[in-house]
Design a protein around this ligand. Structure first.
Ligand code: F6R
Length: 373
């Protein structure tokens, strides 16, 4: 189905059209985020002992689980007062050792890279905490006798839709380790997300709905999401949600680094017209350092003016978590609206399943890694 701009607006303004495409209810899962967070906040905090006195934190996870590490690092990393590293892959960084608090997070519990990094962290005698909804990670954590936190989400929830289920317990683990205070910012984020849901949910027409407007702006183009500072993680999430929910190519790029490379491509490659730019902005950071505002304006002129569309999306709320997660929320909704416009069911990610199962069959020779899928 190919929609022109006017038809696309009419299509999105009828909720029934979106619901019809969203066969597995991704929109509902996204809508539930603040309520899930509120419920988890009311649960007793996990009792974990011996988590104090570390010199660094390493979070290991992939995809929809890995992004939670980026959120935690951007939000709580600076408050923890010790280095916070997000690890993606089979291996772990060489500095990992006795002083490391190692958080192994896989929503399914079966992701090969995370299982491998878990084994390597155990071998390096770190303090390891594992979080999953079950799977091999739960089994391995129990075999090793390390603290395990079970992520409770409704059956069939996709990892990327279980953001709240991972974010709240992880923040609580860091609180239990005496590293940060997280509760009040989590409460603020719940309020901001609830308010936002009333503005970007499916019943709000395109005219007033920032997420529907974002989906319309990128429809038919390759979205390139730009951000900086604490919102870098939000650009990554917009990209991955466009990839997985709307099944489109999408890229993320970061300021000021992109002004030292991508700028030239944007400036001189006619292929820019095949792209739409999304700029994620954080007013508090820009008022702290107005050089970023100046840079964005200059980059618009020299680079993004050669794309087919530019939209700007602002963070909301006061604390860093609210600002990060409000920007993420706008993208999560936008990705489902884009999926609806493209007529694709947001939930299934067949290609990821195919790849995992192909690698799980273990055709390739590899040394020392028992976890293939
Ligand atoms: C699926 C998704 C993927 C997974 C990734 C890792 O919704 O978002 O990116 O998160 O393949 O799987 P888990 O999270 O189970 O370790």
């Amino acid at each position: 189905m190919k929609l022109d701009a006017r038809k696309a607006r009419i299509f999105l303004d009828d909720v029934a059209n979106i619901v019809k495409v969203d066969k597995h209810g991704m929109l509902k899962l996204i809508g539930a985020l603040p309520d899930e967070m509120a419920t988890l906040l009311d649960r007793p905090v996990p009792r974990l002992h011996g988590l104090e006195g570390h010199t660094n934190i390493v979070f290991s996870g992939m995809g929809g689980s890995g992004i939670v590490g980026d959120i935690i690092r951007s939000w709580l990393g600076p408050k923890a007062g010790i280095p916070f590293f997000v690890n993606r892959g089979y291996d772990i960084p060489p500095f990992v050792g006795h002083g490391t608090l190692f958080l192994a997070v896989s929503f399914s519990g079966n992701t090969a890279e995370t299982l491998s990094s878990f084994d390597r962290a155990i071998a390096k005698h770190c303090t390891v905490v594992a979080l999953s909804s079950g799977g091999k990670l739960e089994k391995r954590a129990k075999e090793e006798g390390v603290p395990f936190y079970r992520l409770e989400a409704p059956e069939g929830t996709a990892p990327r839709a279980a953001l709240g289920h991972m974010l709240v317990p992880l923040a609580q683990v860091l609180e239990a380790a005496g590293l940060v205070k997280a509760r009040s910012e989590l409460e603020e984020a719940v309020a901001v997300l609830r308010y936002l849901r009333g503005r970007i949910g499916p019943n709000v027409p395109c005219k007033y709905n920032e997420s529907k407007q974002a989906a319309l702006a990128v429809l038919g183009f390759i979205p390139v999401i730009h951000s900086y500072g604490i919102l870098e993680v939000a650009a990554r999430r917009w990209k991955t949600q466009f990839n997985e929910n709307a099944k489109v190519l999408a890229w993320a790029d970061y300021l000021p680094e992109m002004d030292h490379n991508s700028l030239v491509g944007w400036n001189q490659d006619k292929a820019g017209k095949g792209h739409a730019c999304v700029i994620l902005r954080d007013a508090p950071s820009e008022s702290d350092d107005p050089r970023m505002t100046e840079r964005i304006e200059a980059t618009k002129e020299l680079a993004w003016s050669n794309s087919s569309n530019i939209i700007e999306v602002y963070s909301e709320g006061a604390g860093p978590l609210s600002r990060i997660i409000s920007t993420i929320y706008k993208g999560d909704y936008a990705s489902v609206y884009l999926a609806a416009l493209r007529g694709v069911d947001p939930l299934p990610v067949q290609a990821i399943e195919t790849l995992k199962s192909r690698l799980g069959k273990g055709h390739l020779p590899r040394k020392g890694n028992p976890h293939n899928g």
